[in-house]
Each structure stands twice: as structure tokens, then as C-alpha cells.
Write a protein of this length. Structure first.
Length: 255
């Protein structure tokens, strides 16, 4: 396998070929489960990307580039985080600022509240209880360059919902985020890659440019499937060498 960090451009035409989209969840001082990583591991990821010359972009910039609009840095990365944990504000943001990266947040709106007194603690299978963001924190992060996108109103497997309910979850999530943040919300990340294929042909109606799964590997600008965009997930149980390979070696993060 060739080191992706060595050359991201097609040698014949000069077109950018690969986009690294990193998938994360909770970021804590101590990890309780594989789906969340420690601050130490998060900083390792950021330093690794920084040392190898990666620069943050948004999903919108990626999308526009494939349509012939705009340019991208030589080594683009989209660092994404699902759900909307408070620790993104308290733990992740200072490190992102330190290394010069931004983040795309996929919010589950049922957990995002207005008042500190009503801050929600998320309780879902395979994750310890974690406090979630408030809207004022989301807005502050957005003002600092975070890209706020959809994880739906409800955190669940939409393919098991009635079709009308699944459609409503996407439409309402987009509407609320755009009203609150005053920026386009055009991408939706499925919970645990539970894709609702019934919505694939409804993307124009929904105002969605791309659906993202949680895995799949490093994305390719010439073959990207906007119905099922790929990401490279990182877990605390992975060794440093495994993380390095998944992020920098094409093909290593395909599972």
C-alpha cells in the first residue's frame, strides 16, 4: 500500500483524488468504551495530521470541488464527530485550536438544549452516560469555524421508522440547524451506519447533498457515492500504529 500522505494528486491530470474524513464520538480524559477516545489519543491524531501537512476543509468544500467549484489544499481532512457531546466544547476544541484544525459536528437534536438546567445526559447502548451540548455552545463553536450538520432529530435507525417519520427527521433537523446557525446544513450522518435507502432518491427534496456512514475508508473524489460517503473511524482500543495506518495509508481504514 502506498502512503497516502506522500502524494494525494493524480500524476497525470493533477486532480485531487483522495479525501480523508475522520469519524469520532466522545472525547474524554479517560475512555470508558471503544467508541470514545481519550484526550491523549485525540491529540495524537491531530499531531499526526498536522505533522503530515493536512488542512481542514468542510464537506461543502469537498462537494463543490467535485462539481468543479473552488480548490482544496494538497492534503485535505474533514474531522467529524457524531451526536453533540459537551466534551467537544470543553475537551476537543482547545486541542483543535492548538493544531489549527476545525471540526464538523453531526448533531442529534433531541439532546441539544437551550438552558444549562436542562442539559441532557445521553444514555444509549455501548456508551457511558455523557452530557450533551447546549445551543449557546454550538453557536460559539460555529462562530469559531465548526461546521454544524445533521445527525437527525432522533438518534436511531431510520430504516426501521415509517417513511414519513424518517423524512421528517431529516427535514426538521436541517431546518432547525439552519435557523439556529444561519449556515447551510446539507449533510447527514447515519447513526452507526444504519442507512435508510428509501431516502436515497429523495435527496434533492430533502435538501441533502450527502449521506455519510461511519466506516468505509478514505474517500475518492472520482468515485464518491454521495448516498453513502465513507469515513475512517478511530477507536481507543486501536494501537498507535493502527491509527497511523488507518489515517495515512490508503486502504488501511476500509473496514
Amino acid at each position: 500500500m502506498a502512503w497516502l500522505g506522500f502524494n494525494l494528486r493524480n500524476e497525470t491530470c493533477g486532480d485531487l483524488m483522495y479525501i480523508l474524513i475522520v469519524a469520532l464520538h466522545s472525547i474524554e480524559k479517560e475512555s470508558k468504551v471503544k467508541f470514545e477516545i481519550t484526550l491523549e489519543t485525540f491529540e495524537y491524531v491531530l499531531k499526526l495530521l498536522s505533522d503530515n501537512g493536512y488542512k481542514s476543509i468542510t464537506l461543502g468544500q469537498f462537494y463543490d470541488f467535485t462539481k468543479g467549484i473552488g480548490t482544496l489544499p494538497d492534503k485535505p481532512v474533514v474531522i467529524t464527530d457524531d451526536d453533540g457531546y459537551q466534551n467537544i466544547y470543553t475537551n476537543a476544541y482547545p486541542l483543535l485550536e492548538k493544531y489549527g484544525f476545525s471540526m464538523t459536528l453531526f448533531l442529534s437534536l433531541e439532546y441539544i438544549m437551550e438552558l444549562t438546567a436542562n442539559r441532557v445526559t445521553m444514555n444509549v447502548p455501548f456508551m457511558p452516560p455523557r452530557q450533551m451540548l447546549l445551543w449557546k455552545e454550538v453557536k460559539e463553536l460555529a462562530s469559531k469555524g465548526f461546521d454544524i450538520q445533521s445527525h437527525g432529530v432522533y438518534h436511531g435507525n431510520y430504516s426501521t421508522y415509517q417513511l414519513d417519520k424518517s423524512i421528517w427527521n431529516i427535514k426538521r433537523s436541517k431546518e432547525v440547524i439552519e435557523n439556529e446557525i444561519q449556515n447551510e446544513c446539507a449533510f447527514h450522518a447515519w447513526c452507526n451506519s444504519n442507512t435508510d435507502q428509501r431516502l436515497w432518491d429523495k435527496m434533492p427534496e430533502l435538501g441533502i447533498k450527502g449521506f455519510l456512514r461511519y466506516s468505509g475508508g478514505i474517500e475518492n473524489t472520482s468515485t464518491v457515492d454521495w448516498k453513502a460517503m465513507k469515513r475512517v473511524y478511530i477507536e481507543e482500543i486501536m494501537s498507535r500504529e493502527t491509527i497511523r495506518e488507518r489515517l495515512l495509508v490508503k486502504g488501511a481504514g476500509d473496514k
